[in-house]
Design a protein around this ligand. Structure first.
Ligand SMILES: *Cc1c(COP(=O)(O)O)cnc(C)c1O
Length: 371
């Protein structure tokens, strides 16, 4: 069979080539200043993210996983505590809870394929300390019912917003609803750097102070060690690249929303697939489309067919929701998550796709179901 073109799921070299000249200039500038660790480029990025997210404190850290660990430590989560986490998430969300000595308690997803408040309520025990909504695919979870639960049961909210930089619910940015929110700058994330990177945000001054100490060996502003800490600093060089990319990030989001709309138009009459929400589906949600994750009949055959046509797709978390990791001691039954994982599939969704690419992908999905 002849492959007429190849569309990778994510074009990693394009991340560099699209603005290669500028990146090389930044590299030269930062390195010739010898500005590698905790330097002005990082602080500028943190300031710019504060404005972008409308939040009081931002800290660049090693990666999105470390952001979660630092945040949980900063709010005092530890042995004996339970945190409710959706099973439809990256292993890192649950791992962070386990690594601070607490217990991740997994819950199911709702109709929107995000954390289900009804399932959360069923999982609350006397040891529950917090709920961790995960804003999967760049859609902020419906926060109102979760905030209501948190209030009624006196629980904290902590947000894994690794996939949701700039996503909003009722005009408020993902990551600003709870005690803290975390982001990832992994290359394939909406705002990606050339390696690992992450950030943690909070509106709470005390939590901010603790995070600031935790990420840099417990050292205060005068360099004095005042508590235990670790090394979890975002490289200044990566911060400089991110700061440059942040300038055009709103346009990147706009482009992702256009692509989502284009897919939507192409697929809206296909009965065989359930689509993610249209960008203008609800005034409460502003989605940034980290991913375009749909549910499809004959998912495995569709994936294979698209691969033969040169189109790479991915099943999220390599096809395994967290509660299926029996080796980690999980044993719950989460029927909605299980049902979702039989059909879910992510189509390419990134700013290096042309409209022509999107149409090619859409046509091939349609061709598959015509057979
Ligand atoms: C990417 C991701 C993380 C981890 O981020 P890293 O920067 O890779 O450590 C955590 N949670 C979710 C939902 C993610 O998508």
């Amino acid at each position: 069979m002849s492959v007429s073109r190849t569309i990778p799921f994510f074009n990693y070299p394009a991340l560099f080539h699209e603005t290669e000249k500028e990146f090389i200039q930044i590299f030269k500038d930062v390195c010739s200043r010898g500005a590698y660790i905790l330097q002005k480029d990082l602080f500028e990025l943190e300031e710019n993210l504060k404005k972008f997210l409308n939040v009081n404190h931002v800290f660049g850290v090693a990666d999105g996983t470390n952001a979660l660990i630092l945040g949980l430590k900063a709010i005092g989560i530890g042995s004996g505590d339970e945190i409710i986490v959706p099973s439809h998430t990256y292993i890192a969300s649950a791992a962070a809870v386990a690594l601070v000595g607490a217990k991740p308690v997994l819950c199911d997803i709702g109709k929107d394929n995000l954390i289900d408040p009804i399932s959360v309520e069923q999982k609350i025990t006397k040891n529950t300390k917090a709920i961790m909504p995960v804003h999967v695919n760049g859609r902020t979870c419906a926060m109102a019912p979760l905030e209501d639960l948190a209030k009624r049961y006196d629980l904290m909210i902590v947000e894994d917003a690794a996939q949701a930089l700039g996503s909003k619910y009722k005009g408020k940015c993902a990551g600003t609803f709870g005690k803290f929110g975390t982001f990832s700058f992994y290359p394939a994330k909406v705002l990606g750097c050339f390696g690992d990177g992450g950030a943690i945000i909070t509106n709470d001054d005390e939590i901010a102070e603790k995070i600031s100490l935790l990420r840099d060996h417990g050292r205060d502003k005068n360099g004095r060690v005042v508590s235990w800490g670790t090394n979890s600093r975002l490289d200044n060089l990566q911060a400089a690249f991110l700061n440059f990319k942040l300038q055009t990030f709103p346009e990147d989001i706009q482009r992702r929303r256009e692509i989502a709309q284009r897919y939507h138009e192409a697929f809206k009459n296909l009965k065989e697939i359930d689509l993610p929400p249209h960008p203008n589906e609800s005034p409460d949600h502003f989605d940034i489309y980290q991913n375009y994750e749909m549910s499809a009949n004959d998912r495995d055959e569709l994936k294979k067919y698209l691969q033969e046509k040169g189109i790479s797709t991915i099943i999220q978390w390599a096809g395994t929701p967290v509660h299926h990791f029996k080796e980690l001691g999980f044993n719950e039954s989460l029927p909605k998550t299980d049902m979702f994982f039989k059909r879910c599939l992510m189509l390419p969704m990134n700013v290096s796709l042309s409209n022509d690419d999107v149409d090619y992908i859409s046509n091939e999905v349609q061709n598959f179901y015509k057979k």
